[in-house]
Write a protein that binds this ligand. Structure first.
Ligand code: AMP
Length: 173
């Protein structure tokens, strides 16, 4: 089954000029949902993973599935002000301005091997900031996994020191 056929392009969302890759259409389809989850899981084969970290909010969907199937814990990486205990925080540049993500300081122990997951890799700014959070806690990022990669954008270059894997690639908008 061609998973990309379940992803809906929404032009000009959330703003003019962006083609939004909507995964809700894939989530609705049981066979596609299962195939995507199993394929993301297969990409981790042979790796030792102690925890999965998922990026708010769409990284929680398959991130939780992967954690459960791998038999490890899940760490939410969230937008500012959402996590109740002590956090590390990292900012990254957007086209206009900055954004910040946070992670609980005690969510990852030094030496733990971490699988990072998000739904989509675009410029890589979000995932690179998440990698810094993981490393500030002493974790080792063993794979950055994405359902979708926009390979016409420099996401891989932003994550060049990591093992980057994606299930569906788009070469152009
Ligand atoms: P980036 O930091 O540029 O790699 O952007 C990745 C983050 O923004 C992910 O959390 C995505 O969910 C979201 N994102 C960026 N571009 C798109 C897009 N075209 N469609 C859907 N989500 C996107």
């Amino acid at each position: 089954m061609e998973l990309s056929s379940f992803i809906r392009d929404v032009p000009d969302f959330p703003k003019q000029g962006i083609v939004f890759k909507d995964i809700t259409t894939l989530l609705q389809e049981p066979a596609a949902l299962k195939q995507a989850g199993e394929a993301l899981l297969a990409m981790t084969q042979g790796l030792q993973i102690d925890k999965v970290a998922g990026i708010e909010s769409r990284g929680f969907l398959f991130g939780m599935f992967l954690a459960e199937r791998l038999g490890v814990g899940f760490v939410p990486i969230r937008k500012p002000g959402k996590l109740p205990s002590k956090t590390f925080s990292e900012s990254y540049a957007l086209e206009y301005g900055n954004d910040t993500i946070e992670m609980h300081q005690d969510a990852i122990k030094p030496g733990e091997k971490i699988l990072l997951h998000d739904d989509l890799l675009a410029t890589g700014g979000t995932a690179a900031a998440a990698a810094r959070l993981i490393e500030r806690a002493g974790g080792e990022l063993v794979q950055a996994s994405f359902l979708i990669e926009l390979s016409f954008l420099p996401g891989r270059a932003a994550l060049q020191s990591y093992d980057v894997r994606s299930l569906i690639q788009y070469d152009s908008e």
